[in-house]
Design a protein around this ligand. Structure first.
Ligand SMILES: CC(C)(COP(=O)(O)OP(=O)(O)OC[C@H]1O[C@@H](n2cnc3c(N)ncnc32)[C@H](O)[C@@H]1OP(=O)(O)O)[C@@H](O)C(=O)NCCC(=O)NCCS
Length: 193
C-alpha cells in the first residue's frame, strides 16, 4: 500500500466503485456536464454563483483528466456523469468537496460517493482528519456532512458568506451504504392472506 499525505499518489488515476457509482477521472465526454455543473444556478446557489466567463472558456479548451483528487461521479451502468467529487490540500489539510447535477439530488448519491471516497482515503492516505467547508445556509450539504460524521470546527466568512469549516476524524466509523429505497415503480410483492 502506498501512503501519501500530499497531492499525488504514485498511482493516479484512481477508480473507486460504490454500489451504484463509479468514481473515476473526468474525460472529454464529460465536458458538457462539467460545464453545466459549474454554471447551473441550482448547483451554484451556495458556491458563489456560476464560474466566470474566463474560467468557463478555460474549461472548454483544456484537456480534462489527470489532476490528482478530481473525480467524476458516474452511474455504474452506462457511465452517465451525475456530479463531481474532489479531494485537495488547498487549506493545508485534506479537504472534501462535492456537487451533483440538480436532477440527481435527493437519491443518496452524494452520501454514497462520500462514503466510498472517505473509505478510500482512510486506506490510502495518512491524513487523520478530513475537512469540508460549506456555506451555513447550505442545509443539504451540512446535513450530509453531519450524516458522514463531520462536526463543526469553526465558522468563518469567505466570499462574503458565512461558512462552516467541518472536520471528521478518519478513525471514526463511516455510515453504512443506505439500503435502496422502494419507489412506486418498484412496489413490494403482494402479500398472501
Ligand atoms: C449538497 C448536495 C451534494 C446534497 O445532495 P443530496 O441529494 O441532498 O444528498 P444525497 O445524494 O446523499 O441524497 C440524500 C437524500 O436522498 C434521499 N435518498 C433517496 N434514495 C436514497 C438512497 N437509496 N440512499 C440514501 N438516500 C436516499 C435521502 O432520504 C435524502 O433525502 P432528504 O435529504 O430529503 O432526507 C447537493 O445538494 C448539491 O450538489 N448541491 C450543489 C453543490 C453544493 O452545494 N455542494 C456542496 C459544496 S460544500
Amino acid at each position: 500500500m502506498v501512503l501519501v499525505t500530499t497531492e499525488g499518489t504514485t498511482e493516479w488515476p484512481v477508480r473507486i466503485h460504490s454500489p451504484r457509482l463509479v468514481i473515476r477521472p473526468p474525460g472529454d465526454a464529460d465536458r458538457a456536464s462539467m460545464i453545466r455543473l459549474m454554471t447551473d444556478p441550482v448547483t451554484r446557489e451556495y458556491l458563489g454563483g456560476a464560474v466566470d466567463y474566463a474560467s468557463r472558456q478555460a474549461l472548454e479548451l483544456s484537456p480534462l483528466g489527470l489532476t490528482w483528487g478530481r473525480w467524476v461521479l458516474a452511474l455504474a451502468g452506462g457511465d452517465t456523469m451525475i456530479g463531481s467529487i474532489t479531494l485537495g490540500y488547498d487549506r493545508g489539510e485534506l479537504e472534501l468537496s462535492y456537487a451533483l447535477l440538480p436532477e440527481w439530488t435527493g437519491r443518496g448519491f452524494a452520501a454514497e460517493s462520500c462514503i466510498a471516497l472517505l473509505g478510500w482515503a482512510r486506506q490510502e492516505l495518512e491524513d487523520e482528519q478530513v475537512i469540508a467547508v460549506s456555506q451555513t445556509r447550505n442545509k443539504r450539504s451540512v446535513a450530509l456532512l453531519r450524516k458522514l460524521g463531520f462536526t463543526v470546527r469553526k465558522g468563518l466568512e469567505e466570499f462574503g458568506s458565512q461558512q462552516l469549516l467541518m472536520e471528521r476524524d478518519q478513525l471514526e466509523p463511516l455510515p453504512e451504504y443506505a439500503q435502496p429505497l422502494q419507489t412506486a415503480a418498484d412496489p413490494p410483492p403482494p402479500t398472501r392472506r
